[in-house]
Design a protein around this ligand. Structure first.
Ligand SMILES: Cc1cc2nc3c(=O)[nH]c(=O)nc-3n(C[C@H](O)[C@H](O)[C@H](O)COP(=O)(O)O)c2cc1C
Length: 388
């Protein structure tokens, strides 16, 4: 009785939040920060996530303030990005809200991680907000509707407003990891502008060990071979990126860079969530198992972007993720070597206005510093470092 009463009120709260979001179509940032986000934060983390996906799916989070694209647009690997802010993997795991996410103002959308077969993921609760730390700990464990359900949704999409990334994972019980990723390329690659091999989620046993030199080489060789087959059948080469963890040793980083360069991998996504727990954490959920994201991950991921840019000599695309919630955060990741950035956790704190806020702040920083285009900032911290 209590449970169903609770469920009912949580849904009612969810629907009111959705409606409130719908009523603020033109993106009043203050309504979000003073009314909507505090209400959403009263809900359990996973329920709030479902409501956010639902709201995006039904276009309730549409924003009118489009960024100044002349400063922010880029063409990378043949893909046109109106602005450098993308939605990171894990928000729209099953490709339910792709069009709505573009309407929110994102310059690109990454769906997934998707596993070949449907799987439920870990037991609930599995998402925790650390409100004083502006952070999240999650241990979803790749809950996925599987390739077939996601393929049906991707098939039905119209021409989109920007590039679509498809992030691939492996099933928990699969004994042949490489085959799971190869199946991802085969089944979903044709719908993607870029593909991501996610070997860095901390919630699937053994996954992160795929980042080791030999294992990564074997895995990526098979993925690239399958991608080359795909190129023959669709007449278009889909770039492959690898998403890496922030908890790597110097040797791990060198090994990953060597494999990426040898196999001519198009890029890296830096980074996934961290298993570390900085001492500064205040949130009561800080000891929950899982990957930590948001503000406490920011410096760690920016440092890793810097290292990977240096090790790959600026020759591969880097998409920076980890604790970005302002134009300044985005700028620092670009200067470290990222060409694009992704956000996730800050949506739980700022809500959908985060996208236009970051783009607006970034545009003013670029103007202030005399940059004509966002591309000119990429890797600039390395040049500045050399000069000093
Ligand atoms: C709840 C949650 C679920 C996530 N699920 C995935 C996932 O399925 N695949 C993936 O590659 N990354 C996943 N991530 C990691 C994000 O894509 C991103 O790399 C990370 O959260 C750092 O960005 P942020 O600090 O802006 O959140 C997830 C993150 C969160 C918070």
């Amino acid at each position: 009785m209590f449970t169903s009463g609770f469920k009912y009120s949580a849904y009612a709260a969810g629907i009111s939040v959705g409606a409130a979001i719908g009523l603020t179509l033109n993106g009043n940032e203050r309504i979000y920060s003073s009314v909507i986000m505090p209400a959403v934060q009263c809900l359990d983390g996973e329920r709030a996530h479902r409501i956010a996906v639902f709201s995006a799916k039904y276009n309730m989070m549409r924003f009118s303030s489009k960024p100044d694209t002349s400063t922010l647009h880029q063409t990378i690997l043949g893909m046109k990005f109106e602005n450098p802010v993308g939605i990171a993997a894990g928000f729209d795991k099953h490709a339910e809200a792709v069009e709505g996410l573009f309407s929110m103002g994102f310059g690109f959308v990454e769906i997934g991680s998707v596993t070949p077969e449907p799987q439920a993921g870990n037991e609930k609760p599995r998402v925790f907000r650390l409100i004083p730390d502006k952070a999240i700990i999650n241990r979803y464990g790749f809950n996925s509707e599987g390739h077939s359900a996601v393929e049906d949704r991707l098939k039905g999409l119209p021409i989109l407003d920007g590039p679509l990334g498809v992030n691939l994972g492996k099933n928990k019980t699969s004994t042949d990891a490489a085959n799971d990723y190869v199946l991802g390329v085969r089944n979903l690659g044709r719908y993607a502008n870029y593909l991501v091999i996610n070997v860095s989620s901390p919630n699937t046993p053994g996954l992160r060990s795929l980042q080791g030199r030999q294992q990564l080489h074997d895995l990526l060789s098979k993925v690239v071979a399958e991608r080359d087959e795909l190129t023959k059948s669709i007449g278009r080469k889909v770039p492959v990126l690898v998403k890496i963890a922030p908890d790597l040793t110097d040797k791990d980083k060198e090994d990953i860079a060597a494999v990426v360069l040898e196999l001519k991998i198009a890029g890296l996504i830096v980074s996934n969530t961290t298993l570390s727990r900085p001492e500064s954490l205040q949130g009561s959920a800080k000891s929950e198992a899982g990957g930590l994201s948001g503000e406490p991950l920011k410096r760690m991921s920016t440092r890793l972007i810097h290292d990977m840019y240096k090790l790959t000599k600026g020759s591969v695309l880097i998409i920076g993720a980890g604790g970005v919630s302002s134009g300044q955060d985005a700028y620092e990741k670009l200067a470290a070597g990222a060409s694009l950035i992704q956000i996730y956790s800050c949506l739980a704190y700022i809500g959908p206005p985060a996208v236009s806020k970051i783009n607006r702040e970034l545009t003013s920083i670029l103007r202030e510093k005399g940059y004509w285009n966002v591309q000119d900032v990429v890797g600039s911290a390395h040049i500045a470092q050399k000069k000093t």
